[in-house]
Write a protein of this length. Sequence first.
Length: 202
Amino acid sequence: MQKLIPFLTALLFVSPSLLLAQQTLTGRVISSQGEVTVLSADGQRVQAARGQAISVSDEIETGVDGLLQIRFSSGLLLSLDCRTSLQLEPGITAGREVFNLTLRRGQLRLITGEQNTVIHYLRTDAGLLAIDTPGADLAIARNPGPDMFAAVYKGSARARTNAGEMVLGVGGDFDFAALEPGNAPAGLQNMPARLGAQSNCR
C-alpha cells in the first residue's frame, strides 16, 4: 500500500486535459522506408515499421534514406522527408485538442482530415504555422540555420514569428513564406526550391 501512495499522488498532478488529448489522438505508420527510428517518452528506441502504433508524445528521426508516413485518428496524414527530426506533443487550448509538431531539422508535409477539429501547430526555432481548418495541405522545411520555409497548397494557415504574423493560403496574399527570428514572415511569390519533392534527400 505504501508503494502505491507516491504513484496515486503523482496521478493527481497529471493534467486531465493532457490525458484526454493523449487518449484521443493516436497514430499508425502506413509507410516506412529506409532508416526511421521512433523514440518513446520512456526512452525506448525502435525502428519504425508499417502498422506500428505512434504515440503523440513520440520523437521521430529519419536517416539519410528514411521516409515515413503516419495516419492519425484525427484524419491527419503526416509525411516526413529524410534527415528529419520531429517531436510530437499533444495538448488542450480553450477546450480544443492541440497537436504540436516541433521540427528540429529536415522537412515535413501534412494534410488535415476533412472532419478535422484539432488545432495543429508546426513549430521551429524561427516561428510556427497554426492550422485549424479541415482538409488543409501544407509543408515546412528548416534550413541548417534557424530560418524556415512554409507552403500552403490547400486551405489556410497563420504563419507567426516573434515579430509578426500573416495568413497564408485562402484569405491571404501569399501561399509561400520565409520565417526567421526577429523578422515578420515574408511572403514569397514562388515555392522555395527547399520545399521541392524530397529535395532534402538529394
